[in-house]
Design a protein around this ligand. Structure first.
Ligand code: AOF
Ligand code: ZN
Length: 365
């Protein structure tokens, strides 16, 4: 819908241009951590004259690319940015100053930056330079775009999502087992989106390899494997993986000479497998999001999942329901049937979608 009135830019199109900027930001999915994904569009007389996104931490911010693209046309234009422009000298100079220098007339901001070194200072700086600033356009969309970044900024902990796949009769399905091909698509997007994937080493039994995102040009995540028995990890077809992209957490020392020795894959021996040292490791490595991937033998992490819920360590759940009827489950799997649940937690902000023939349900705690 285009506006009849003409202010500096048609304000009823603000949502449209922020949504375009979100699309641009998403081009860097999986590449910007620990930085957020940010997109910017410069609009003049109803035309997009510049576009840009933040490609990677350490590289210039979205506004810089969009201003470069617009050149002199940025003067008197409106800049749409999914996240408040920064106002600090970090790895790059402040975007607030770049916008002022380019003489834009108006800036539309999707959401304020939760980073305490920015936190509205960018907006204040622009306003004090006489630029009209509108804050909070398509805010929910912008917040979802950077949910992991926001959580990390506000809590200091990685954003944790629990994901699993179910048959229509409610059994957990192994991603790498039957039906895998049919739900590769959505799972592949998750593998691209998250900085690290947590799964049991037993999911690799039978020589299966670690899952990789099939999205074009995807940045592959770090795989964190928990191994009740470190010899299980021996199954890992090590040759096929970059050892710096795999780490194993186990609670048993192995004395056996295994394929792992000398492979370059780091193994951490814990007194007890729990989420704390894993989250701590993610923090040390600058990993802001962790996908807790319920694949393989559930028996390996029943306690970890219970701990997550008791201690509110999970922020989001992604469930994929496949149009499959599964046969009898074994005893270990039936531990998940929750006949006597200890507590019920309701999910909020639910979304459902179809991915191929599968139903994907997402919600937040
Ligand atoms: C923006 N536009 O595209 C991004 C912003 O280390 P630096 O210098 O890249 O600064 C990182 C911080 O800058 C990051 O934590 C966030 O507060 C902001 N990111 N800001 O104006 C962008 N990526
Ligand atoms: Zn910036």
């Amino acid at each position: 819908v285009r506006c009849q009135t003409s202010t500096s830019e048609a304000k009823c199109d603000d949502g449209f241009y922020i949504r375009r900027a979100v699309e641009l930001a998403r081009k860097a999915t999986g590449c910007t951590s620990p930085n957020p994904m940010v997109g910017c569009v410069i609009v003049k007389n109803g035309e997009i004259v510049g576009q840009g996104f933040h490609p990677k931490a350490g590289q210039p911010h979205a506004e810089v690319f969009a201003l470069r693209d617009a050149g002199e046309l940025a003067e008197d234009a409106t800049a749409y940015v999914t996240l408040e422009p920064c106002n600090h000298y970090g790895r790059t100079p402040p975007c607030s100053e770049a916008l002022i220098k380019a003489k834009v007339r108006r800036v539309v901001v999707g959401m304020v930056d939760p980073n305490p070194i920015v936190a509205s200072k960018g907006v204040e700086k622009l306003r004090s330079a006489g630029i009209e600033v509108t804050v909070g356009v398509e805010e929910e969309l912008c917040k979802r775009l950077n949910e992991a970044y926001i959580h990390k900024m506000l809590t200091g902990k990685p954003f944790v999502t629990l994901r699993y796949a179910l048959s229509v009769n409610g059994h957990l399905l192994d991603q790498l087992g039957e039906g895998a091909a049919e739900y590769g698509g959505y799972y592949s997007k998750l593998l691209q989106e998250y900085d690290a994937i947590l799964s049991p080493a037993s999911s690799l039994q039978g020589g299966l390899s670690l899952p990789t995102s099939q999205e074009p040009g995807a940045n592959q995540p770090l795989h964190i494997l928990v191994a009740k028995d470190p010899n299980e990890a021996v199954q890992l077809p090590i040759e096929a993986h970059d050892p710096s992209k795999v780490i194993i957490f186990t609670d048993k020392e192995t004395t056996e000479e295994t394929k792992l020795s000398g492979s370059g894959i780091e193994t951490v021996v814990l007194d007890r497998i729990s989420l704390d040292p894993i989250l701590e490791y993610c923090n040390q490595q600058g990993k802001c999001s962790l996908l807790f991937d319920l694949r393989g033998d559930c028996g390996d992490y029943v306690e970890m999942v219970e701990e997550c819920f008791e201690r509110n360590l999970v922020q989001k759940v992604v469930v994929e329901i496949l149009p499959l009827w599964s046969g009898d489950q074994d005893e270990e799997a039936s531990r998940w049937s929750l006949q006597n649940p200890k507590g019920i937690k309701k999910l909020n902000r639910l979304t459902t979608m179809l991915a191929g023939d599968n139903v994907v349900l997402e919600g937040y705690f």
